[in-house]
Design a protein around this ligand. Sequence first.
Ligand code: FES
Length: 72
Amino acid sequence: MIVCSCNVLSDYEVRAVACTATRRTTTYVYGRLGCRARCGRCAPTIREIMDEVLIGAKVVPVDDTTPAAADE
Ligand code: FES
């Protein structure tokens, strides 16, 4: 699906950049995809995709009280 009609960016492209993003900014995403913001209407959608990716990659702390498989 195209999320930025000015630069013809797809959600797939934005998600791919977000997966390796070192900064959570739309400017970073545009830059990595070789363009820049024009009208800016897509910025909320790009931020939403970045949030989805970051939440999906969230590291869950290990619970030390859980018995290891070898202990069972
Ligand atoms: S829709 Fe992305 S800059 Fe216009």
